[in-house]
Design a protein around this ligand. Structure first.
Ligand code: Q46
Ligand code: ZN
Ligand code: ZN
Length: 324
């Protein structure tokens, strides 16, 4: 196996591009893919200040490292979710990464800032853990992005993540969600710009990138992810990809090219507060009466969650895991 670029011994194959790379050229390939994505979807320009949401896993470290290498002014943001040992360990990985590279890091811990954690919020609101978690993270991301006047909030979603979400949404024709599956959501109506620069890289590639860059990441998955439908969608797509390399990329990028514009970015249902994906065509947004975030209802969903979860008796992770 020879590197496509230098013809030296290759370390990794990227079957969907029919290419093999040595370590240096694989790292270069990953950075080029991100650079191409940033331009293609109008995500960021040189000099932009980017707030990178980091979890301790391979994807968020890879995107942070790549954006740094491309010369962006980055700041990490870690949200302590209070998911038992998993959160304690992931927080330590993030701190070590930031300190080791001398990168600025903002930490917001849900328990010490809002007096709740994800397992407790899930129990008291009867939301599945990932729904309570996603709502909390989105609120903190938006708030910190506005507060720090960053140009965009960056998340480490990769090609496998996006293809799996798309697969699930298509399987059930969740047209409300299909419209928001863009790798770049512009800043609108008081919401910051949101970007996913890793959508051209697979999960295997972000893991290999971290290994080759000597990045120590948390391999363990969040214990709340078990039973998450996306895992089975990923497994299904992996089978197809194995038989026909390039299928995931064709599926996701074909959707972005030919179909995403046919779906609305927002819902008109006032009971579903989807203001985080608001556009010019959205229902009128006004400040949440409690936190001031833009919303299409009186009190935003985060503040409604907060009312019920904040100060509630903490619920252990194990109890929630058994339930879902
Ligand atoms: S952290 Fe949160 Fe994920 Fe854990 S509870 Fe679900 S959403 S799985 S990215
Ligand atoms: Zn090479
Ligand atoms: Zn609010």
């Amino acid at each position: 196996m020879k590197c496509k670029v230098c013809k030296g011994p290759a370390l990794i194959d990227v079957r969907r591009h029919n290419a093999n790379f040595c370590s240096d050229h694989f790292i270069r390939y990953c950075r080029e893919q991100v650079s191409k994505t940033l331009k293609e979807f109008d995500m960021a320009e040189p000099g932009d200040r980017l707030l990178v949401a980091v979890s301790g896993g391979k994807d968020s470290f890879a995107v942070w490292d790549i954006l740094e290498s491309l010369g962006f002014d980055t700041n990490g943001l870690y949200v302590g979710l209070g998911i038992g040992e998993y959160s304690d360990t992931s927080g330590q990985y993030v701190r070590d990464f930031a300190t080791g590279r001398n990168l600025p890091l903002t930490e917001i811990d849900l328990r010490s800032t809002y007096d709740y954690d994800v397992p407790t919020a899930s129990a008291v609101t009867r939301r599945v853990p990932c729904s309570a978690c996603g709502l909390s993270k989105r609120h903190v991301f938006d708030k910190e992005c506005r507060k720090g006047n960053f140009d965009a909030i960056v998340t480490g979603h990769n090609l496998d993540d996006e293809a799996a979400v798309l697969y699930g949404n298509v399987l059930r024709w969740q047209t409300d969600y299909l419209g928001r599956q863009r790798p770049m959501l512009p800043a609108l109506n008081g919401f910051p710009k949101k970007i996913k620069p890793l959508v051209r890289l697979s999960e295997r590639e972000t893991a290999a990138y971290c290994v080759l860059r000597g990045i120590d990441y948390l391999v363990e998955e969040c214990p709340m992810a078990a039973g998450n439908k996306h895992l089975s969608y990923k497994a299904a797509l992996n089978l197809i990809e194995e038989e026909s390399p390039g299928s995931k990329q064709a599926f996701y990028f074909g959707f972005l090219r030919d179909a995403v514009d046919r779906f609305d970015l927002t819902t008109s249902d006032p009971n579903q507060d989807r203001s985080d994906v608001a556009t010019e065509d959205s229902p009128i947004l006004s400040p949440c009466i409690e936190c001031g975030s833009p919303t299409n209802v009186e009190t935003c969903s985060f503040c409604r969650l907060l009312r019920r979860a904040s100060g509630a008796k903490p619920v252990p992770v194990e109890l929630i895991r058994k339930k879902y």
